[in-house]
Design a protein around this ligand. Structure first.
Ligand SMILES: Nc1ncnc2c1ncn2[C@@H]1O[C@H](COP(=O)(O)OP(=O)(O)O)[C@@H](O)[C@H]1O
Ligand SMILES: [Mg+2]
Length: 603
């Protein structure tokens, strides 16, 4: 995965500008949020003024003449303030939820347009946190953080203005404490943020180790490295403990400093308030309220600024996702005729026959450093069953990727029905290709829903027939609710082999002209493999098929077997021909055969 930390350093501080367009739809809520929080904070600044009046007038002068009016005004003020705070909180919530949703939708829609290669280069976990947690942090930054900051700034400004108006000298003394406080808080804040980040990183390291310890338990045991694993785990947790204690100390010291700062402000008021001003009791109490009341907002504002800075990372990462251009694009002319994934113009799609041709294809992965294919030619007329074999890394999957146009040739062309694939849309091609991978994927939902992804209009008989063809009826019959059984997230209720059979049935329902199977039997047991092999033999009939096989015993019936080595076809022919030639295929085959014989003897 890409290294994030190096990029964090040269972040532009106002990456927030990139989020502003997403606020355009929220002008009204923004207006009310800002207004509500400013008025709410001003009302709160007014409270000490009322205290002052009450103390000076009712207690100092000992008269209750204005008490009724006072109580009415005071209550109005308090209720008004609460109302404004409520309104601003409500609108803030609206903004948070709305912006979060809009960003998620934008990210999700954009992800649909990105090519296969993006998913190859970025893990599911990485993409998931971009779409879920980054959007959430940004949403809360533009709503709650803004709301709180405005409120706190409003309070500080209000308090300063009132104090200056009532007693300039004393006000200046109290205000003089502010820069010191800001400085102290910023120092702490920076260290706290750093400590928290380290703890988060350690935490994910520990979680990762923990997962590895569980999922890799068998490997760890067979390698007899429990000792080593435990040591590294213990070291991590110890370091976690140290860091957590350090952070807790820091937080403690922070709280003490806060107290100190507000006591200092208070002390100034007590001391100077008595000496210089010979202040009335009410004014005295008002200053004390402000002196103490201003500390929390200062902390908040420093907090908000640090929030703004840390959220830059989220903004940066999310915008990078939103600005990623797909590697494979349909040209404007193609889109004009064939439509795009959101608005396909199926009426203009010509039917696909299923001829595939590589013409002088050279290919290099966008982030790869060497050419995988060089001047590669291959002709697969419709209806041919091609098997591709070769060692790991030979370039088999790369061929499949190029056929499916998950990638495009660096030079040369891949022709579908005699025309460059780039002359038609990706969707047009994908609608005619069935692609089954080594690791089958089912969507959460019922078995039936999964099958219908293949063809939403399939009838009950068609479903039944498809299951029959791939010997998957047994799988469904075993399930409690048959076709209506929920398969769980990612189909986790079923075994890999069962999922594979269902995904074959799904592929058949789609009735694709071209079928690509990339090591579809590699991760299942031998019995299931035989079933799947029988299924493959049935479903490739009447289609162009490309079967990439891990076990050579499964490709004996292919029309043509291609033996690939370092991106070149080193041999081609039928099984018997290749065996007779006693070349690469012969050696691969006999070696595998011997290996398998050995395994079965060893049991
Ligand atoms: N997404 C990718 N980016 C860069 N290089 C890749 C990528 N996928 C595969 N390769 C490289 O291309 C070569 C062929 O890989 P592949 O076609 O997956 O082989 P096979 O399927 O035969 O095992 C390998 O050297 C592999 O490292
Ligand atoms: Mg492969």
């Amino acid at each position: 995965m890409k290294n994030e930390t190096s990029k964090q350093k040269n972040l532009k501080f106002f990456g927030i500008g990139k989020v502003l367009p997403y606020l355009k739809n929220y002008k009204k809520p923004l207006f009310f949020m800002v207004l509500g929080s400013l008025v709410g904070s001003l009302v709160d600044t007014g409270v000490p003024l009322f205290q002052r009046y009450a103390l000076n007038h009712f207690i100092g002068e000992g008269t209750l003449d204005t008490i009724v009016l006072f109580v009415i005004l005071y209550l109005t003020l308090i209720c008004g303030g609460a109302l404004f705070n409520y309104v601003s909180a409500m609108y803030s919530m609206k903004i948070e939820v709305g912006v979060d949703r809009d960003l998620r939708n934008a990210a999700f829609n954009h992800l649909q347009t990105l090519s296969f290669s993006y998913y190859n280069q970025n893990s599911v976990g990485y993409i998931h946190s971009r779409v879920m947690s980054d959007t959430q942090r940004i949403g809360s930054l533009v709503s709650w953080t803004v709301l709180e900051s405005l409120w706190q700034i409003g309070y500080v400004v209000g308090a300063v203005v009132v104090m200056l108006a009532i007693n300039t000298k004393l006000a200046l003394l109290v205000i003089a404490v502010l820069p010191l406080t800001v400085l102290l808080f910023s120092l702490f804040q920076a260290r706290l943020t750093k400590a928290n980040r380290e703890i988060r990183e350690l935490n994910s390291q520990i979680t990762g180790d923990f997962n590895e310890g569980i999922t890799g338990a068998r490997t760890i045991k067979t390698l007899v490295i429990e000792d080593k694993m435990e040591k590294s785990f213990v070291a991590d947790t110890a370091s976690m403990r140290r860091k957590s204690v350090g952070a807790a100390r820091l937080r403690g010291a922070f709280a003490v400093t806060m107290n100190f700062a507000s006591s200092l402000a208070l002390a100034i008021v007590l001391w100077k308030g008595g000496v210089i001003a010979k202040t009335q009791i009410g004014t005295f109490s008002m200053f004390m309220s402000y002196a103490q009341g201003m500390m929390e907002p200062v902390r908040w504002i420093v907090d908000a600024i640090s929030d703004l800075i840390t959220t830059q990372v989220n903004i940066e990462r999310l915008t990078r996702l939103l600005e990623t251009k797909p590697d494979v694009n349909d040209s404007a002319e193609v889109t004009a005729i064939y439509g795009d994934s959101f608005e396909p113009k199926k009426e203009n799609w010509e039917p696909i026959r299923g001829d595939i041709r590589f013409e002088d294809v050279s290919f290099q992965y966008p982030d790869g450093d060497e050419k995988i294919l060089e001047h590669f030619d291959l002709d697969i007329p419709f209806g041919t069953n091609v098997a591709i074999v070769g060692e790991t890394g030979a370039g088999k999957s790369t061929l499949a990727n190029l056929i499916c146009r998950f990638y495009e040739p660096t030079e040369g062309k891949v022709l579908i029905d005699g025309r460059d694939a780039r002359e038609r849309s990706q969707l047009w091609l994908h609608s005619a290709i069935g692609y089954v991978l080594q690791t089958p994927h089912l969507f959460s939902g019922t078995v039936r829903e999964n099958l219908l992804y293949g063809n939403p209009d399939a009838t009950e008989e068609q479903i039944d027939r498809a299951l029959e063809l791939v010997s998957a009826k047994g799988v469904v019959e075993k399930l409690e609710k048959g076709l209506d059984t929920d398969v769980g997230e990612g189909g986790d209720m079923l075994s890999t082999g069962e999922k594979q059979l269902i995904s074959f049935a799904r592929a058949i329902l789609a009735d694709p002209r071209i079928l690509v199977l990339d090591e579809a039997t590699a991760s299942v047991d031998t019995i299931t493999e035989q079933k799947i092999q029988a299924a493959i033999d049935t479903i490739i009939r009447g289609r162009t098929s490309i079967v990439i096989a891990h076990r050579l015993s499964t490709v004996r019936n292919a029309d043509v077997i291609l033996v690939v080595k370092d991106g070149k076809i080193v041999e081609r022919g039928r099984h018997e021909e290749l065996m007779a030639a006693k070349g690469v295929y012969y050696r691969l085959y006999t070696r595998q055969y011997e290996d398998e014989a050995t395994y079965s003897v060893l049991g």
